[in-house]
Design a protein around this ligand. Sequence first.
Ligand code: MG
Length: 362
Amino acid sequence: MVWLRREDLEDLECRQLAPIAARSARLGGRRLPEAEDALRTAFQRDRDRIIHSPAFRRLQGKTQVLAAFEGDHFRTRLSHSLEVSQMARGVATALRLNADLAEAVALAHDLGHPPFGHVGEEALHALMAGQGGFRHNAQGARIVDYLEDRYGHGHGLNLTLATRRSLLKGRVPDGFPLSPDLLPKQPPPLEAHLVDLCDKIAYLGHDLDDGLRAQAFPMAEAERLELWREASRAAGNPSPSRVISELISLLIHDLVTTNEAEVARAIPGGKEPHLHHGEAMAVASQQLLEFLREHFYRSARVLDVMHAGQERIRSAFGRLLAHPEQLPPSAQARIPHDGLHRVVCDYVAGMTDRYLVRLDLT
Ligand code: MG
């Protein structure tokens, strides 16, 4: 037989992955039980459902640092998620963790982001004070569990518990409406921590690239960074793209070599490995993060657009609260179950930057 069946893939997982890695056959349970696919593992199926969802496609219109309409070459949440997923697959494969789970989690990790990035998130959280608040990770779980109702069974994309728990990593506001089976919060699989670290590697690399492209800071400033200098030496080539590519490689290789021994040794039920960068790389990447905060994330160039977006979020929210008849019928239908505040919040959070800017609610 030349083709690989799902059972063969599950068997390969058992034989090839590290003992601590997530196994799809064991962790592939779903809220609504379903027959298994003949070809794909449960995590591969999660990945495919995420890619086919409208919420995933809307990431192309959402701010990463610059608003999605500011230029065709800047990163959006979609291109960011794709970069994270290829890094997460690579690191997971090198550490013999489950690359399919890491890929699915990476592709979904920003699904819950509202328009206009973290500034948009702060605005929605304030508008939802006393109503369960708002945070992008919790919203991501809400999207895949509930709001993406493509199949009409009321369980959203009906992803595996392993993927859903991974999306919930990080703080969740008190009273935020989550599926009851996610409470109390349980530790996510190791692959979720790996995606977190790859998320950071991806944005450090591409925000440096986008910042240079946007002329948020001159190249001479970037060249003073320890990580830039090290990458430049390793690249042996002064082209900024080549240096940034090398900088990403340095961070990824450091992640693999720092953690390989501990991951290989770890056993389920034992002490969970704490994935981290080596000391020198942790210091150098923190320096780069501070640099980006000062010269890019908090620059007037970025913040002026974000604050204008934040104002639009507040005004759309207020207007829809006062005139729920302007919500689409599918959203209005959820009001009796979720309450008006939450429905308005879900609707506004789902918008792309462009959709919100063009929205005319008068
Ligand atoms: Mg991210």
